[in-house]
Ligand binder design. Structure first.
Ligand code: SF4
Ligand code: SF4
Ligand code: SF4
Length: 261
């Protein structure tokens, strides 16, 4: 399969959250009762059962209030820190270039949670597994586009061959002018989710300006992992990795995840 990219043009997003709902529906992720946190952003953060989230942000420009909407979720890095660090091999690349997870072999070590430069994977203590977007692998295998792209009524999310989508992104930035820019094609080997941003990246909350694979992860992958005890099924390898990177493992605290469980 040719490498694919999901292009998110935030200038066309109306914040309707059709994509958020479509993601939940296709992936059969249960909704949770929620409450008013004083923002339309709901739930407040990504969760083990919310793999894509529209972030709402208010900015003041020339004394006028302006909404910024940004669809957040896995960026599907080419040089993915989560894949590098995963001791069991549960996180892996697919033919389209996306990063998917085999839950059957995830050991719940949460190393991918610490390593991801975009703060994406979320842990569920009930199943002792992590969860995140897999770019709708089951749909791609059936020649369908991701559910979020299919649902978007404004054309803010489009999906296609990598080269074509990157060209489209730069053409749109030219059309928009001002501070518009392409975000995603220049770091972590290029991501398979690319944004057209209206504002400079620093304006968007929760969006890293220069995301990179943490040095500890590179050291682990290139130097320590080959020497670790992965042959023992990943469990010992995972513990060894955690000890090397973070020290002794502490008990999981309830409510550690903002808005999660
Ligand atoms: S955004 Fe995070 S979870 Fe997604 S591929 Fe990159 S490192 Fe992995
Ligand atoms: S929790 Fe551990 S085993 Fe599971 S996907 Fe993340 S790094 Fe891999
Ligand atoms: S479906 Fe499209 S317009 Fe609606 S919130 Fe998602 S990206 Fe924005």
């Amino acid at each position: 399969m040719v490498e694919k990219v999901k292009l998110i043009d935030v200038s066309k997003c109306t914040g309707c959250r059709g994509c958020q709902l479509a993601c939940k529906q296709w992936n059969q992720q249960p909704a949770r009762q929620t409450e008013n946190y004083g923002t339309y952003q709901n739930p407040p953060d990504l969760q083990w059962n919310t793999w894509t989230l529209i972030r709402f942000q208010e900015v003041v420009e020339k004394d006028k209030l302006k909404w910024l909407f940004r669809k957040d979720g896995c960026m599907h890095c080419t040089d993915a820190a989560c894949v590098k660090v995963c001791p069991s091999g549960a996180l892996h690349y697919t033919d389209s270039g996306a990063v998917a997870i085999n839950h059957g072999i995830c050991i719940g070590c949460k190393e991918c949670v610490s390593a991801c430069p975009f703060n994406i994977p979320r842990y569920d203590r009930v199943t002792d597994k992590i969860y995140k977007c897999d770019l709708c692998l089951s749909r791609l295998e059936a020649d369908l586009i991701p559910a979020c792209a299919k649902a978007c009524p404004t054309g803010a999310i489009t999906f296609g061959d990598k080269d074509k989508m990157i060209k489209k992104a730069y053409a749109r930035v030219k059309e928009l002018g001002g501070d518009a820019n392409v975000y995603g094609d220049k770091f972590v080997g290029g991501t398979h989710v690319i944004y057209v941003l209206q504002e400079k990246p620093k304006v968007y909350q929760d969006l890293p300006r220069n995301p990179s694979v943490p040095l500890t992860v590179t050291i682990w992958k290139d130097l320590l992992k080959p020497m670790s005890l992965l042959a023992a099924g990943g469990v010992i390898g995972g513990s060894f990795l955690h000890y090397i990177l973070h020290g002794p493992k502490l008990p999981d605290e309830p409510g550690q995840e903002k808005g999660g469980e």
